[in-house]
Design a protein around this ligand. Sequence first.
Ligand code: GDP
Length: 376
Amino acid sequence: MRVLWVTNDLPPRAGGIQQFVGNLLERVHPAETLVVGPAGDAEAAAHDAGQPYATVRLPGAVLPTPPTRRRVLAHGRVHRPDVVVLGASWPLGELAAGLRDGLGVPVVSLSHGLEAGLPGVGLGRLVRRATRDLAALTTISDWAEQRLVPHVAAGRVVRIPPGVDVARFTPDVDGSAMRRAWEVPADAPLVGCISRLVPRKGQDQLLATWPRVRERHPDAWLVLVGEGPLEPSLRRRAEALGGRRAGIVLAGRVGWEALPACYAALDVFAMPCRTRRAGTDVEGLGIVYLEAQACGVPAIAGRSGGAPEAVRDGETGTVVDGRDPQALLAALDSWLGDPAARARAGTAGRAWVERQWSWDAIAAGFARVLDEVVGA
Ligand code: GDP
């Protein structure tokens, strides 16, 4: 199966879609794959050279313009693919007809949280336009699929969610060095959130609830990992609450290699996300919940978009309304107060993630989609 990928989102640039694309590329016919990606620097060139698939980079972003179409077609005529894959359906779906007709092969596209948000703001017609020439469109969650399906004009719609590297994120990772780096006592109950610092993710709610959590669990600590526009205001708020004296650490961004150890250091993961801006600022799924559970850590998720699908409520974590401090307090209180329940949830979460969310399982599903559209 020869595959031509066209994507504006590609590692080593960081981000959820970049990871999604990179993990499928590594696993689905890599030796027969050519990727047309966005302009990159020397780091990107070094990254590309180390991959099992071939990459060419355009002079700028990969947008649905006539020059992009011409360049992709030129590479396609040399590569002679059986199928074209678009890394995101909006706006790249606008290229589908030209590539399908120019190369004589079906075009499949991934979709992410963004596409699913479009119908909610009256832009369903963009989804229709971007999907009308696709042989198949993939969706990341039940939530996304329900939003998209009334507007999708693709030949078929199939579920391909993002996954987790279950070999990197495991309960065997040692988090003790991370606790030392954060200066959190080795035996203190530790709640953590690992995410961009933006309003939707709900770190503000964790801080707002924290004094009441500490009344019940005076030795508990809270660590917020990540960076983002809210960092100054979250830092001010943490300081006003007492900072380290109140058991609060803002750890900033951590390196990619340190990520599993961050989860492993936690007793409870909590990202009480909430939907904002009339439904346009919404959690598509929340890979962080899957990463936490893969490390055997129970996860508290907010009821936003696909996030509730990334946790088994009551079994591997808790789903709360991210705007309800009482619900967040109750969830934190119950996990912090019951180490045995945490251990059971950790084991159940790991097993569930291995079964349903490993990249190998997800890539196998995607390979089947390609087989189906090429065989059709
Ligand atoms: P999104 O940012 O809205 O796409 O949220 P997701 O939860 O879907 O994905 C975020 C990804 O970024 C996850 O893999 C996180 O582990 C990762 N991430 C978040 N904060 C940090 C950080 O500070 N450092 C690193 N290395 N990764 C982070």
